[in-house]
Design a binder for this molecule. Structure first.
Ligand code: SAH
Ligand code: TYD
Ligand code: ZN
Length: 405
């Protein structure tokens, strides 16, 4: 057993996804021989229930100058974050000279709206390439990891914060003890720390095991977040569910006793308990379903190949590194992956080395089938690529089940 990164309890492993590359390390052919691998396995803490990876990849290997994920690539996500920013402006940022901090602001998809409204703000973003895009949009960025020391420096120079927000980043941070001490140092007495990440309840329900990869160190549940907040002098005061990225929960924590918890916390906790989401038996059942989905997907792709069909994939997601490397799906089964991100194009996918092409290659000559790796953006992508269907193309999905649509 490994030790829980939050509480030191014993972590029992329930799923082994094998030897894996860095999920966002899209390679030039020359770099194939020096590719980095680690072992991807997930366990649950028997003391605090936190679901977490058993091996940690050093953060500088994942988040650096060439980090290729640009948050603004999806119109649905742009809208989601614009709405989120406007909502904070109307509710939490109405006092005198408010101050808003974001952890993992990426290309400024959310902070640009805060910046445009003239509100004092700061984004922490260690990946310099994406941070520069945020800066070009008028966002104030510090190109460092948020942790206790950097948070204390901001408190010294800029004073207390009203809202610390983070999306799809807190689950990337194994050192949550340092992060929460930083939040404690930086937040004003009535301030809130709000973050959203993929929800364990949705991952288990949909068998979306591709949410598990190097960057996603934690799979949060209400139960585990409540316990974690309490350890660091905070209280979980609200939870909200969102359909984005396959199902997320937005958690709001405040200093203990500072705010009245919303009934939504007890409600979602009760639902989680009724479904046994954090029970080891449930998680072992999830692991069994993962192996079945893998087998069905590989069988389908092999049968299409035997029939002489052409198959490409759509969306060079970080998630797809887990699927392709766990299932052994390489260029023999998928001829290329279409992706609109210039930083990923004309490179090879991590581990299995499928070429990444721009969407123009896809539209110029449609394959018979397209495996939708970016299944979380299904509606947006299927609408954009209606021509593929019109030409007789069919989508392959594997969440929550393997199926052709
Ligand atoms: N908030 C965006 C970006 C998510 S990707 C969205 O929801 O789309 C995760 C981002 O977190 C990356 O840009 C990565 O560089 C950044 N990150 C990782 N560790 C961090 C840390 N300790 N502090 C601040 N940002 C961090
Ligand atoms: P996403 O599912 O958001 O995240 P992750 O990499 O963490 O799994 O990644 C979506 C990928 O799909 C990203 O590389 C951009 C690409 N994409 C397109 O190529 N076209 C589109 O219309 C959309 C929405 C995404
Ligand atoms: Zn624990």
């Amino acid at each position: 057993m490994t030790e829980c990164r939050i509480c030191g309890g014993g972590v029992e492993e329930f799923l082994d996804l094998g030897r894996q590359p860095l999920s966002d390390a899209f390679l030039l052919p020359a770099d194939v021989d020096t590719e980095f691998f680690y072992r991807l396995a997930v366990g649950r803490c028997e003391a605090c229930t936190m679901v977490q990876l058993t091996e940690e990849v050093p953060r500088e290997r994942m988040f650096h100058h060439d980090y290729p994920y640009y948050s603004s690539g999806s119109s649905v996500m742009r809208e989601h974050f614009t709405k989120t920013a406007l909502n904070f402006i109307d509710t939490e940022l109405t006092g005198e000279n408010p101050f808003f901090v974001e952890i993992g602001c990426n290309d400024g998809v959310l902070l640009r709206t805060i910046a445009e409204s003239g509100i004092r703000h700061l984004g922490f973003e260690p990946s310099v390439g994406v941070a520069k895009v945020a800066q070009s949009r008028g966002v104030r960025v510090r190109t460092d990891f948020f942790e206790e020391s950097t948070a204390r420096e901001v408190r010294e120079s800029d004073g207390p914060v009203d809202v610390i927000f983070s999306a799809n980043t807190i689950c990337h941070i194994p050192y949550l003890d340092s992060l929460l001490r930083g939040v404690d140092a930086l937040l004003g007495p009535n301030g809130i720390f709000v973050w959203e990440d993929p929800y364990l309840g949705d991952i288990v329900e949909k068998t979306s095991f591709d949410q598990i990869y190097d960057e996603h160190f934690y799979l949060f549940s209400v139960r585990s977040v409540q316990a974690m907040a309490a350890r660091f002098g905070f209280e979980l005061v609200n939870v909200e569910r969102f359909p984005v990225h396959g199902g997320e929960v937005r958690y709001t924590i405040a200093r203990t006793g500072a705010r009245q918890p919303s009934p939504a916390v007890a409600e979602l906790l009760a639902e989680e308990d009724a479904r046994d989401v954090v029970e080891l038996e449930t998680l072992k059942g999830f692991a069994t379903s993962v192996a079945r989905i893998r087998d069905e997907l590989v069988a389908l792709l092999r049968s299409l190949k035997a029939q002489g069909k052409t198959v490409a994939a759509y969306g060079a997601t970080a998630k797809s590194a887990t699927v392709t490397n766990y299932a052994g799906i390489g260029p023999d089964l998928i001829s290329y992956v279409s992706d609109a991100t210039p930083a990923k194009q004309h490179r090879l996918t991590p581990g299995v080395h499928i070429p990444v092409n721009p969407p123009e290659v896809f539209t110029a000559s449609y394959p018979d089938y397209a495996l939708l790796f970016a299944w979380n953006h299904a509606e947006e992508i299927m609408a954009k690529e209606q021509g593929f269907r019109d030409a007789g193309g069919q989508w392959i999905l594997y969440v929550p089940e393997v199926r052709v649509v």
